[in-house]
Design a protein. Structure first.
Lengths: 235, 222
């Protein structure tokens, strides 16, 4: 039953992705100012939305791990799996966003990259979570989970400060398209393509997130059994 | 100041006074970075004033990493660190003592390095020079406060010396930006550094508080 539901979900995700692609490339009208290149928004924005959501999930996982690590070790292990999966999925989608960004920037601004508030903040966020994953790789066992959770909290604290610092420094990235000031927002004819892609990419993000959690939980069980077996041998 | 903090602080200062390991290596290393940068960028006139703040901050940052690694590595010998874990004193005091000791070391290096730096880059300070006495300690505190914390965090990992730089530098970026901007605007006199000084002070307060709160979690992690 579980496998059937999972297969169904994978099929839905695939259909959504294909439909999203069709809407982005053929469904949405041309942008008046930017021409074809604007279609990258249908990948750029959803990637970052999934990425930032994953980082938020990762942070919550880390906080939950620290809170439960003594009182509820089982819940803490699940939280840690969420923290890890969130960080990994976040880094992957952030990389997609950081790749599509310069491609777009080259055409729209004439430059690949600029040290502007949002670009710098995103890059620093990416660096922090890569260092988080490196820490997880270099340390071992349950102490690694604690250390990584603490680093996650430090990283989350850092991001708003980076953003403020860079906003005072210089800003080039356009103001938010959605929920921005007067005159912001998309032409209604482009909205369906945007929302279909948003949905498709979130569905895809949730799929790999769930797979990653599953793998990590198996790994945790395997490690625990191995540790138990070693203890039995000594006993 | 409580007794545990005082004991740790006096111990660290005494070890350093006897060996001078951290001071000598940091001083020479930062001098090397300053010389290397001046060869790489050929500073002269206005250009040297513009990059000087960045060079000084980055030189301090690289140099202090060696001392930060030593700060805990020295406690591993003879299992001192395990004894400290078992001691009934709060870990926050140990952390704060280490931060104060290393803050003093890095500050001494900066005080010695600054005149050399001014001569080698032919600098005339156009802004208010006394503000440097606010910016540099604030920036150093940001560096050392986080550095000691992350050194304690990476001490139990493989590749610990590399890992410290890998996790410290991304977190340090906003403080580095504020330090460089403030120093540059003091040197060139073009803009007002107040905003950056406030940012540095805010960064110090936030991260020192969180470090003090979370230090026991990291130090006792098992």
């Amino acid at each position: 039953m579980k496998k059937l539901l999972f297969g169904l979900y994978v099929a839905i995700v695939l259909v959504l992705m294909v439909w999203g692609f069709y809407m982005a490339i053929y469904g949405a009208p041309l942008d008046a100012a930017q021409g074809e290149i604007f279609r990258i928004i249908f990948y750029h924005v959803p990637s970052f939305s999934v990425s930032f959501t994953s980082f938020a999930v990762s942070l919550l996982g880390s906080i939950a791990f620290l809170a439960w690590r003594r009182s509820h070790p089982d819940w803490a292990q699940i939280s840690d799996a969420w923290a890890l999966a969130g960080a990994e999925v976040g880094v992957v989608f952030c990389t997609v966003g950081l790749t599509t960004g310069p491609l777009w920037g080259r055409r729209a601004w004439g430059i690949w990259w600029t040290w502007d508030a949002r670009l710098t903040t995103t890059l620093v966020l990416w660096l922090i979570y890569v260092s988080y994953l490196l820490l997880r790789r270099f340390a071992a066992g349950s102490q690694m989970q604690t250390l990584a959770a603490v680093l996650n909290i430090f990283g989350a604290l850092d991001v708003p400060i980076v953003y403020m610092a860079n906003r005072w420094w210089r800003t080039q990235h356009p103001a938010p398209v959605f929920g921005g000031a007067e005159g912001s927002g998309m032409d209604p004819s482009m909205l369906p393509a945007f929302f279909w892609n948003m949905g498709a990419w979130f569905a895809w993000g949730i799929l790999i997130f769930a797979l990653r959690i599953h793998v990590e939980r198996q790994q945790q069980k395997f490690d625990a059994e191995e540790a138990q077996a070693a203890l039995n041998e000594i006993g | 100041m409580t007794r545990a903090l005082w004991t740790h602080l006096v111990k660290d200062l005494r070890i350093e006074l006897r060996s001078l390991d951290a001071l000598v290596s940091m001083l020479f290393f930062s001098l090397l970075v300053v010389v290397l940068f001046s060869i790489a960028f050929d500073p002269h006139g206005d250009f040297s004033r513009e990059i000087a703040g960045g060079v000084l901050s980055v030189a301090t940052m690289f140099a202090s990493v060696s001392a930060l690694n030593q700060a805990w590595a020295r406690e591993i010998r003879h299992q001192v660190i395990d004894a400290q874990r078992m001691a009934p004193a709060p870990g926050a005091e140990l952390y704060l003592a280490k931060v104060i000791a290393n803050f003093l070391f890095v500050s001494i290096v900066q005080v010695i390095l600054a005149p050399v730096f001014l001569i080698m880059y032919n600098l005339h300070i156009e802004g208010q020079a006394w503000l440097l006495a606010v910016v540099l300690p604030l920036g150093t505190w940001a560096l050392v406060g986080n550095g000691i914390f992350f050194a304690a965090l990476s001490i139990r990992t493989r590749n610990r010396e590399l890992l410290l730089s890998l996790i410290l530098f991304p977190i340090f970026i906003p403080a580095l930006l504020a330090m460089v901007r403030a120093t540059s605007s003091i040197l060139t006199g073009d803009s007002d550094p107040t905003l950056w000084i406030k940012l540095l002070a805010g960064y110090d307060i936030i991260f020192t508080t969180v470090s003090l709160l979370l230090f026991d979690v990291v130090f006792q992690a098992e």
